[in-house]
Design a binder for this molecule. Structure first.
Ligand SMILES: [Cu+2]
Length: 141
């Protein structure tokens, strides 16, 4: 008879342990999902990678606007060249010069923004939505 009463609390402990472990696992899964959702929503999915600067002598030059970067990020063109930013990413971006020389609307996949550069200079531009999405355009004589 005493053995029976001893076995009951043990069962209870086992059940509690299982419950606690289950709850911990659930918390871990929820926290993991929350982190993924947070990370995907607020920081670039694509880590910044090194890019080779591009020097173009073409009169029409294309820059791809991807998620979340410009390709090429550093571009040099001749005076008079037309630069087209082609929005190929899946989320909206914009092209905004830090001194106000040019600014596109916020555009989505498939849209583009073109500017012709008739004066030499260096333009530092960025996307106002995504911190760290930076580009440099040098227009040479
Ligand atoms: Cu952006």
């Amino acid at each position: 008879m005493p053995k029976k009463t001893e076995s009951r609390p043990r069962k209870g402990i086992l059940n509690n342990t299982t419950l606690v472990l289950g709850a911990l696992a659930l918390v871990a899964v929820v926290a993991g999902a929350a982190w993924l959702a947070f990370d995907g929503g607020s920081t670039p999915k694509r880590k910044l990678v090194r890019q080779t600067p591009v020097v173009s002598t073409e009169t029409q030059v294309r820059v791809d606007v991807i998620d979340n970067d410009f390709t090429p990020r550093t571009l040099t063109v001749n005076k008079g060249a037309a630069v087209t930013w082609k929005f190929t990413g899946s989320i909206p971006h914009n092209v905004t010069d830090d001194r106000g020389a040019f600014a596109s609307d916020t555009l989505g996949h498939g849209e583009e923004f073109t500017r012709t550069f008739d004066t030499a200079g260096i333009f530092y531009y960025y996307c106002t939505i995504h911190h760290g999405m930076l580009g440099t355009l040098t227009v040479k004589e």
